[in-house]
Design a protein around this ligand. Sequence first.
Ligand code: NAD
Length: 479
Amino acid sequence: MTLHRKNLIDGEWLGEVGSRNINPSNTNDVVGEYASAGPEEAKQAIAAAKAAFPAWSRSGLLARHAVLKKTSDEIMARKDEIGRSLAREEGKTLAEGVGETIRAAQIFDFFAGETLRLSGEMVPSVRPGVGVEMTREGVGVVGIITPWNFPIAIPAWKIAPALAYGNTIVFKPAELVPESAWTIVDILHRAGLPKGVLNLVMGKGSVVGQAMLDSPDVNAISFTGSVGTGKRVAAASVEHMRKFQLEMGGKNPLVVLDDADLAVAVDCAVNGAYFSTGQRCTASSRLIVTDGIHDRFVDAVKERLHKLVIGDALDAKTQIGPVVDQTQLKQDEDYIAIGRQEGAELAFGGDRLERGTPGFYLQPALFVGSTNAMRISREEIFGPVANVIRVKDYDEALAVANDTPFGLTSGICTTSLKHATHFKRNSEAGMVMVNLPTAGVDFHVPFGGRKGSSYGPREQGRYAMEFYTTVKTAYTFAG
Ligand code: NAD
């Protein structure tokens, strides 16, 4: 069945439906047809969000709590159906799709609770008889621009705090995953959001996204995506003196030391580098391995890669789904060619795979004999491709791990308390993992990176308040 989905603007489902969404596991399967907005619709959505802000920002806490809680409950009740639909449009496995859907439900539940925990401070003034209150208020109209690789969790972790703290929203999802975006908006709309509070504007980044960047009425933008687009968001936001937050790429290191538990290290590497088809900003694409364990580690990773089931995302046996689309597949293959030209040895995989249906199937690729100066070590590939960099000891491993323009996550596999502790303190990343994959984080704690990976306040958990509110300091002299 082909779905037909419109945009939500000022509480009405609007727009001509025509843009097709294809299943990457089976390109003959059209998931649905979607509205693709022009700049005028983006402007209407921004105007609707602006008009809705005064009432929503002063709405009772219980009204906000009810919408977020109802949304969480419905997502959880429909987790299998929504997770399957996510897997169908993005290509991650059923288990990954359902897991991501559960996470979205947990995020809405968390922020439902946060609406009832808003607090401020009251302090005496330095002037006798004067009181000072510090409170937080919503920022206004928030533009939310999201990528395709977490089609429901990333929108959830931006929309839930934006609403909880009294903001109104114009939401522009990635073109490749409109169904997940539509589903989450439909649930929120039916949960009782007043018209104009949440607007969905599906369409091209260069059209809808750009209209949001160019509008003086968008007070804040939360963006997740590539570095190139992030820089455009930053430049336009500075021009309009608006708040902005960027979550971008990664080239995350996983260090494996001689004293590591080999089984743990292999689990961390295979999960971190290849699950979700390597299409995670937190993927560990650089495996930095000390001499003494190098050969055993490489052999064990290759053995695991041989056993991985790569196939249709909707087949319950599949462990690695297809690449998301033809463009990303070409990028992955181009980088595999670049790695070979640079002199790295392709120790496993890298070939296109044929399956029962036409899809973008790629065998996970593992390079060895690579250096940290190679392009495959420095540039984000965003596919199931990782390279091993051999180092002599912990000190060299740490130096190589930090020698990158990015700083999202990092990991170390070791049984040494000393090295684990030193790494946590000295790794130049926003999130550090010890004996855990670099990908896979909790929803109730801050998420974000350093250097070229992130800009602005952290997302998720209570730290989300920093971006989605602005502080007011009020003085009272009661006589
Ligand atoms: P992308 O930058 O191409 O697109 C992201 C969003 O920006 C999309 O909605 C797109 O339509 C929109 N956009 C494109 N041009 C625009 C413009 N001119 N103005 C406004 N919006 C515009 O990124 P992508 O390919 O969808 O996602 C992959 C990237 O996302 C990778 O680099 C990955 O590392 C990153 N990512 C980062 C995190 C994180 O939290 N750090 C999480 C997931 C993905």
